[in-house]
Design a protein around this ligand. Sequence first.
Ligand SMILES: C[S@@+](CC[C@H](N)C(=O)[O-])C[C@H]1O[C@@H](n2cnc3c(N)ncnc32)[C@H](O)[C@@H]1O
Length: 211
Amino acid sequence: MFHLPLSSAPAQFGNIDIYLFDQLLKGRIQKGMRLLDAGCGTGRNIQYLLQTGVKVYGADASEEAIAKVRAMASELAPTLSPKNFVVADLAQLPFAEEMFEVVLCSAVLHFARDEAHFRSMVQELWRVLQPGGMLFCRLGTSIGLEGKLQQVEPGKYKMAHGPVWFLADESLLRELIHTLRAEMLEPLKTVLVEQERSMTTLVLRKKGRDF
Ligand SMILES: C[S@@+](CC[C@H](N)C(=O)[O-])C[C@H]1O[C@@H](n2cnc3c(N)ncnc32)[C@H](O)[C@@H]1O
């Protein structure tokens, strides 16, 4: 049996989100799948996937982030086209409908300008996802912090660590899950960080046409 030395774990997995790692351990991301990291930043969540034969794509509003991700991809997965990585707003993704078996969106949706922008982004993530595919989101929410947050406009809050975030509440998330007719692959899991911010993980499957 092949064992990886523990010392190689950081180089291999990088700073991958631990809840995404959980999905890997559950076998929900496989070689050959087409995967979009929506709001990929500099690519901490795709570093490992690029080395494993997953067909990785990325989108981000930041040109600089996409340049860095292209450079990383050209090293780790030279056969992937640099065109897989695009500068785009998540509310207008330049990808075909139902193109991806997996869509990731980690630490992005709370940067929505308002609820309409938040909804547009979720709709786009769903549009590009194949029936049977998995949408994995980690996002700041108000879950567990109800009544303790400083609201500055509808849905937007001044966070203790400085920025203003759009925070979905639990009812908005449940409404979206219902409207999308999504299957929950995991219950909603929320981590409360220092009683200051809540990070919720949402893992949904798009039901196939046979449902
Ligand atoms: C905190 S970083 C997260 C990056 C990466 N997903 C991760 O988990 O490390 C947020 C990223 O979202 C991008 N972003 C924010 N709003 C966006 C939008 N509306 N459309 C596309 N990208 C957006 C930012 O440019 C930034 O790279």
